[in-house]
Design a binder for this molecule. Structure first.
Ligand SMILES: Cc1cc2nc3c(=O)[nH]c(=O)nc-3n(C[C@H](O)[C@H](O)[C@H](O)COP(=O)(O)OP(=O)(O)OC[C@H]3O[C@@H](n4cnc5c(N)ncnc54)[C@H](O)[C@@H]3O)c2cc1C
Length: 411
């Protein structure tokens, strides 16, 4: 046997699993396809400053395992939004009364959606049809397309309810990707793609650089990667996992970095977050100015609009059009460059994070049940309200390490 546990992937779940196995004194190897660690947590150093291409916020900070780890590592955490929230209504900014009405509509959205899915699960869009407010399209786009990265006609209202990340959102001073890279163990084998996994204990992992035998395997790749079949399993994945994967497709949240000219003054100060009141079915782009102290603007767009704009030119057009609608006809001329993320087309991810289809919320727990010595982990497996997040992925990795310990003890 080459090792006790082989971990596939060095994102949050893989790093957490490796740290836990290390503390348990269990031999392990981490195989990562790309040349970097962190997976969907990736802080990029751009000429305009730091940019978190994937996870940026530590959501539900009160119970997020990365909050104490950041603090112990001396990483400062900041409140994510503060008070500088701007909403455009037509060609002017929302008044304080309109912002108060927006907040009341958000509370009504919450209550209506929760009540509607009490008896049976249904798509989030259907759960809020009774709501009579001009803010409904804006709320639906924000809650479903941006937060859950999913089309509201496809997203389970129960899954939305169960993962409605309440509580504080904190930004680590140098980015979430930097934090994960700091927490990652040194001995990760990079540039090694797992292509096939044979057996259920022991397991043989075939990679593009040879094969490895382990008593157990923890596979942390996204549900999108598992669904695509880029890792072949023999025997094939059990039907209960295949059904669960069907119910957990990948949603897409994309970001675009808009780089202003050196001498340009942006219309609002750093720290502002800006969005627009949307018409039914209209996509929007949510702008964050000066995140992590950078000089650039980050735009967010998600759900079907993001899948439609995986072509960088389309993404740029979407973002510039939205910026013009908010700040006026020539306002986007200050931007010299637009760089969108590519999580949807990257074969190592195939989306941003998983969401459950209506009636499919059991799928998360189902994937968390091991199959012999084959153990899955990652953001999609959480049932504690942290699904889709880097904190949830971390906890899933720790749980998987504990499961591996038990599997090994019985082998
Ligand atoms: C745009 C965007 C914004 C987000 N914003 C937030 C946020 O603000 N807050 C938050 O908490 N979460 C956010 N998330 C979600 C968060 O980033 C993820 O939930 C989390 O990072 C997933 O971690 P993971 O370990 O489950 O998976 P991953 O990070 O995907 O790790 C899996 C690893 O497996 C590797 N891999 C894939 N295939 C193979 C193979 N065949 N062989 C070997 N290795 C392989 C991948 O390269 C990757 O490193 C965001 C995600 C995106 C994309």
């Amino acid at each position: 046997m080459d090792t006790d546990v082989a971990i596939v992937g060095a994102g949050a779940a893989g790093i957490a699993a490796a740290r836990r196995l290390h503390s348990l004194g269990i031999a392990h190897v981490v195989l990562e396809a790309s040349s970097r660690v962190g997976g969907r947590a990736w802080t990029r150093r751009l000429s305009t400053g730091l940019f978190d291409a994937g996870a940026a916020w530590l959501h539900a900070a009160e119970r997020n395992p990365l909050v104490p780890l950041a603090t112990q590592s001396g990483v400062a955490l900041r409140e994510a939004f503060g008070r500088r929230r701007r909403v455009r209504v037509g060609n002017r900014w929302a008044t304080p009364d309109e912002l108060a009405a927006f907040d009341r509509a958000a509370a009504a959205f919450d209550a209506t959606a929760r009540a509607a899915c009490e008896q049976r699960d249904l798509p989030l869009a259907e759960a809020v049809t009774a709501l009579d407010t001009a803010w409904l399209p804006t709320l639906l786009y924000f809650e479903s397309c941006l937060i859950a990265a999913a089309d509201p006609t496809q997203l389970s209202a129960r899954d939305w309810r169960d993962n409605e990340l309440l509580g504080a959102n904190l930004l680590p001073e140098r980015g979430v990707g930097t934090l994960l890279a700091r927490l990652a163990p040194r001995n990760i084998t990079r540039r090694t793609t797992v292509t096939r996994i044979r057996g259920r204990g022991p397991v043989t992992l075939e990679t593009d650089r040879g094969s490895l035998r382990a008593r157990a395997a923890i596979v942390t790749v996204s549900t999108g990667v598992l669904r695509a079949g880029t890792i072949r399993f023999s025997p094939p994945l059990p039907p209960r996992w295949q059904a669960a994967l069907h119910n957990l497709p990948m949603g897409l949240l994309s970001k675009i970095v808009l780089t202003p000219r050196e001498d340009a003054r942006l219309p609002l100060a750093a720290g502002n977050v800006v969005r627009r009141q949307l018409a039914p079915g209209e996509p929007g782009v949510f702008f964050h100015l000066g995140a992590l102290g950078a000089r650039h603007v980050v735009g967010y767009y998600g759900g079907p609009a993001a899948w439609d704009a995986t072509d960088p030119r389309k993404a740029e057009e979407l973002a510039r059009t939205e910026w013009r609608r908010i700040f006026g006809a020539r306002a986007d001329a200050v931007f010299t460059r637009a760089r969108p993320t590519s999580w949807g087309t990257d074969k190592l991810f195939r989306g941003a994070y998983a969401y459950a289809l209506p009636g499919g919320t059991e799928a998360r727990a189902s994937l968390a049940e091991p199959e012999g010595a084959l153990i899955l982990a990652g953001e999609a497996l959480r049932t504690d309200g942290l699904a889709g997040t880097v904190g949830g992925a971390w906890l899933s990795g720790e749980d998987a390490a504990e499961t591996a310990r038990k599997v090994i003890a019985c082998s």
